[in-house]
Design a binder for this molecule. Structure first.
Ligand code: NAD
Length: 494
């Protein structure tokens, strides 16, 4: 382990890098996987290998289901208060270990330490929120319209839940699934992304130490997700699939889940428009743009992907945005001055670089950034491209990088048309001083989440999710727990 990294980590976090990940967390203990196979986790800052992690096989995947099944009746019969207490302890434990978790996240995902710290705090909030929700699971009792009996409606755990998470928020995306699943009384299997398994293993330790019975949460690390997940879905005992990741993999999993009529929640990709009207507070819009674009180096599903700016303020906004983006400090995530870390992989870097080059070939003006940075790591410079051709690929795909493409518009209708001209519908941002206009536009935008005069919208108390190809279902808020509950009606002769 690099000496500067060893200095930043406590002994238990160092163990998570050096020893623990060679085993799988199943049934409340660290077990040796079926084979000796390992896969490498690398540091996106320089490509060096930071850990060898147990490569779970289909046989290990079935062991995870066995463990989750064995724990199911114990966990669902725990009182809501007892489940709540365990989740609340997870919240406190995450705060006690916050710095270790932030360093782990930063090292394996590359993100700036400030972003990683914010993620830990956001992730911990899901445990607190669902600790509070666990004791408020709703039910109904009513009289049938013809007075023939009573209609009782109750909710019960949907069953063994398979939780699949991406690498861009290794703690938050896992917590946003584990916490409501456990609150609802479901046992689960977490399958983290192969790029960021260490944070998931740290969370498993936290949930276990907080008192969750063995088998309540099992973690399958694997470099062969397609194989392992197919085996689990085909097994027939998985009743819930909650997936966060790309739209293409989400569609594939929906097809596989359909075979077994598995209840699915899908948090998929985005292509968020960021609309600046000419009556906007431009400084507020710039601050919002920096937040919406640059959190996690642009590697977020709700990142502003297309900047639609009204003609009168277009040039001024473009110039100021370029000036602010140019000042961003790019560097190794765990250095304190860093504002923008490396991208996750060489492939990600090549994709972003190609999208920018193509946009430039089609007439886009690069105001800052572009090109490559001299480094072994996967760095891309913060970039602003003005006058992007509306047909350019960069406007149709998730960029997932620190790149802001700008498009000019004249009228409100045109802004809405451009904003909705995508298969995605996750997030949108609107900047205007006219509140009525902001609300009117928010109504007409096809997105699950709209921010007005703000560059951020994630909140544990709000329903997070998308329309169209951005997903099905909502995480967080009072809706999040419903994804893990089955509704049962009981007809009673009173
Ligand atoms: P990805 O789809 O490549 O992988 C996501 C997860 O699915 C990983 O755990 C991966 O191992 C697994 N996976 C990959 N192929 C699989 C297969 N064939 N069968 C089963 N599992 C498989 O996505 P990613 O690159 O890890 O994450 C980035 C994507 O996630 C972006 O599209 C981003 O927008 C999306 N995302 C969405 C949200 C949201 O809340 N809507 C949040 C974060 C990320």
């Amino acid at each position: 382990m690099a000496s500067d990294l060893a200095d930043l980590l406590s002994d238990s976090a160092a163990a998570l890098i050096e020893g623990t990940p060679k085993r799988l967390f199943i049934g409340g203990c660290w077990v040796t996987p079926a084979s000796e196979d390992r896969f490498d986790v690398d540091d996106p800052a320089d490509g060096t290998i930071i850990a060898g992690v147990a490569d779970g096989s289909p046989a290990d995947a079935i062991k995870c289901i066995d463990a989750a099944e064995a724990a199911a009746s114990t966990w669902s019969s725990h009182s809501p208060r007892s489940r709540s207490d365990i989740l609340m302890e997870c919240f406190h434990a995450m705060h006690r270990r916050a710095e270790d978790l932030a360093v782990l996240i930063s090292v394996e995902s590359g993100k700036a330490l400030t972003d990683a710290r914010a993620e830990v705090s956001y992730a911990a909030e899901f445990f607190r929120w669902f600790a509070e929700e666990a004791v408020r699971i709703p039910g109904d009792l009513g009289l049938a319209p013809f007075g023939t009996g009573r209609i009782a409606v109750q909710h019960q755990p949907v069953g063994i839940s398979l939780l699949i998470t991406p690498w861009n928020f290794p703690a938050a995306m896992a917590a946003r699934k584990i916490a409501p699943a456990l609150a609802a009384g479901c046992t689960c299997i977490l399958k983290p992304a192969a790029e960021t398994p260490l944070t998931a293993l740290a969370l498993a330790e936290i949930v276990h130490e907080a008192g969750a019975p063995p088998g309540t949460l099992n973690v399958l690390t694997t470099s062969r997700p397609a194989e392992a997940v197919k085996v689990m879905l085909d097994d027939g005992r998985i009743r819930k699939l909650s997936f966060t990741g790309s739209t293409s993999v989400g569609k594939l999993l929906l097809r596989q889940a359909a075979e077994h009529v598995v209840n699915c929640s899908m948090e998929l990709g985005g292509n968020a428009p960021f609309i600046v009207f000419d009556d906007a507070d431009i400084d507020a819009a710039l601050n919002g743009a920096l937040t919406a674009k640059m959190r996690n180096a642009g590697e977020t599903c709700i990142a502003a992907n297309r900047f639609l700016v009204q003609s009168d303020v277009y040039e001024a906004f473009a110039a100021k945005l370029a000036e602010r983006m140019n000042r961003i400090v790019v560097g190794r995530g765990r250095y304190t001055a860093t504002e923008c870390g490396p991208l996750i992989s060489k492939n990600a870097l090549e994709k972003v670089s190609t999208l920018v080059d193509q946009a430039a070939v089609h007439g886009g003006r690069i105001l800052t950034g572009g090109g490559t940075l001299e480094s072994d790591g996967y760095y891309y410079p913060p970039t602003v491209i003005a006058d992007v051709d509306p047909g350019s690929e960069i406007l149709n795909r998730e960029i997932f990088g620190p790149v802001a493409p700008l498009v000019r518009f004249d009228s409100e209708d045109q802004a809405i048309r451009l904003a909705n001209d995508t298969e995605y519908g996750l997030a949108a941002y609107i900047f205007t001083r006219d509140v009525q206009k902001g609300l009117r536009v928010a109504d007409r935008i096809d997105a699950g989440m709209v921010a007005i005069n703000r560059g951020s919208l994630s909140d544990v108390a709000a329903p997070f999710g998308g329309m169209k190809h951005s997903g099905i279902g909502r995480e967080g808020g009072t809706y999040g727990i419903l994804e893990y509950l089955e509704t049962k009606y009981i007809s009673i002769s009173w």
